[in-house]
Design a binder for this molecule. Sequence first.
Ligand code: NDP
Length: 418
Amino acid sequence: MSRVLIIGCGGVASVAIHKCCQNSEVFEEIMIASRTKSKCDALKEKLSGGKTKIETAQVDADNVDEVIALIKSYQPDLVMNIALPYQDLTIMDACLACGVNYMDTANYEPENIEDPEWKAIYEKRCKEEGFSAYFDYSWQWAYKKKFEEAGLTALLGSGFDPGVTQAYCAYALKHEFDTIDTIDILDCNGGDHGYAFATNFNPEINLREVSAPGSYWENGHWVEIPAMSIKREYNFDQVGQKDMYLLHHEEIESLAKNIPGVKRIRFFMTFGQSYLDHMRCLEDVGMLSTTPINYEGKEIVPIQFLKALLPDPASLGPRTKGKTNIGCIFTGKKDGKEKTYYLYNVCDHQECYKEVGSQAISYTTGVPAMIGAMMLLTGKWNKPGVYTVEEFDPDPYMEALNKWGLPWQESHNPVLVD
Ligand code: NDP
């Protein structure tokens, strides 16, 4: 009998919750708790009639005491954090206080990047590590000892990227290579929603990530480059030729630690020209800023105001047509011979919409969130401490991807990215 508390009820959480309900043998009872309870109630209504028993609650997950009170009253076996990266640490604290396992889909970043306490640590990290993204694993890795001592597991970043991409790396290392030399993670969204500009997941998190300098790991250190300054073209299976740009991405940091001897790790994402033009313009006029300004006596955070203007990512489902193709290309050695290998998933926006009422970006993140939770609930991935996906046996996760809607494909002769 398992009980799971799911925090957040946005685009990704909605898919994860649909999938939990499809997998009612594992997810017997769930509580959906979020800032806006009406969204949780609406989803409960939509999913009622299935075998999973659903309850809902209101919670402000920025407030540790509120989360603790909720966990104590519901007594879950696991807390799935599918709110925002801003809430990672408060929810981890609450899990520790209550003795419950934890998982999320993105690593910690602060809501207010002007906070002097956070900024001092950030600036030191930028200097020492050589990448300037606002998010990094250090905050959550700092909980490792506490989770070990409590005998609890924290699984970080079980979405697609981070998440599935790291399972692909662990799988490639286990089954295809003796040593991996290079990893290129390619994230292609060939979908079209018909708007001139919209983001596929939370606009604030998305625009922060994309407007930041890019970076990659090479020969033991980070190389940072101006935003969007490395561009490549790639012909993606079932999508076609796309422009893609090198970005910093969180799983590079953990893979650099956990894939022994890896020489280079890069991450590329596809963007159309319209998206890039809009983003540059919004950035130039200050609309991507997270620093509050005073407007007619009221404090406004520009990027949050922008979020209110943009289409809700959850509403893109019915409009988005086309496919995503996300995967990893590896080079390395097996039995003394050089080899190359490509593992990827192709997902169709409209198929996702038919199944769970969401577009493929939410789908490709929500399905692995459910699978990560299933790994913990079924005891396959329990080990006390704080871990990322590549630190566990990839086989049950890879099998579950095939079963639950994200089947993977492989190529032993892929075109490489120069
Ligand atoms: P949304 O903005 O659609 O949803 C976020 C949800 O969290 C909303 O329901 C929101 O409530 C709730 N929330 C926000 N703040 C709080 C709070 N203080 N207390 C309680 N609930 C809160 O985001 P997405 O669904 O697009 O993204 C969810 C997560 O998934 C993010 O962390 C994102 O970074 C991650 N992600 C990971 C990917 C991966 O591949 N690994 C890919 C895409 C996303 P309200 O409805 O009131 O706003």
